[in-house]
Design a protein around this ligand. Sequence first.
Ligand code: 13P
Ligand code: SF4
Length: 344
Amino acid sequence: GEDERERRIETALDELGDDVLILGHNYQRREIVEHADFVGDSYQLSKEAANADADYVIFGGVTFMAESADIITDDEQTVILPSMEASCPMAGMAEALQVDTAWAELTSMTDENIIPITYMNSYADLKAFCAEQGGLVCTSSNAHRAFEWAFERGDKVLFLPDKHLGENTAHRLGMEDETAEWDPWDPESDAAEAVENDIILWEGYCQVHERFREDHIEQVRADNPDANVVVHPECRREVVEAADVVGSTSTICETVENADPGETWAIGTEIHLTNHLSRWHPEVNVIPLCGEACMDCNAMRQIDPNYMTWVLEELIEGRERNVIEVAPEEKELAQVALDRMLEI
Ligand code: 13P
Ligand code: SF4
């Protein structure tokens, strides 16, 4: 049962002591965040990984986050992902090989300098590709600064893979009239046309956040006229525009932390974080933006506490399970792309 599993995780963690550090993304299940040494957004987790001293970093999150932790930690440190099934579908929407081909087409259409920026939600080979082409990585908390960095060095930006974060960032910078969506595999989507714009958006999206709609906000406000709404920038443009606050998962946490007792906040992000906030801040009326209870990230949910127990107990037996190791030829360049982000 649950108590037995709790006891086993705690026993294993006691025994492993400072040898392991558990990092947990805000979307992880309650049992995972309760055992994490640090819980945060993807940017904060990459910072924590960079500063980690432990021999083993156990990542409660998805593959691209664990890969980034492997890139940022020292070579002697080992990163473990409790489930190898925890892959963010958005990260798979821009594969380095495809982007390479598309990039050749795009860059052949203009003499101007295009800088590629990839969202953290991408695999190491795409991060390496971006570094090689003079670009960098960003997360939802620093995308605007990454765009500014790029426009100081080039004329145009290709943003991958999340078109919504790209579009929302363009708005934040007052560049909404200079963006174009581009899908290299859609015959209707024309590279020559797209490249006339300053910001070119790759056709990728998060299937969890894309499900939030403007009428969810209208419904919440109709039911509760005092409700405030905070959403993640992976949501569609109309949803972000209609919300009161937009930001990364850590901004969402801070917004509820700083709310006055009795205030109502509707949360437009993955349902586990909404549930954590409601437990962590009982004085605030925290509600999901969409009551359909469908906003569950299947990739994040793969990190089952039973798998956490297993990887910890195996470590005690001297067996390293589910090690995430980025190929050395990608690691160096991907690190350049991540370091550029950590410096902005
Ligand atoms: P944050 O960087 O805001 O934590 O977001 C990560 C993510 O996967 C959102 O879907
Ligand atoms: Fe990927 Fe969306 Fe899940 Fe975040 S919530 S990990 S972007 S699928």
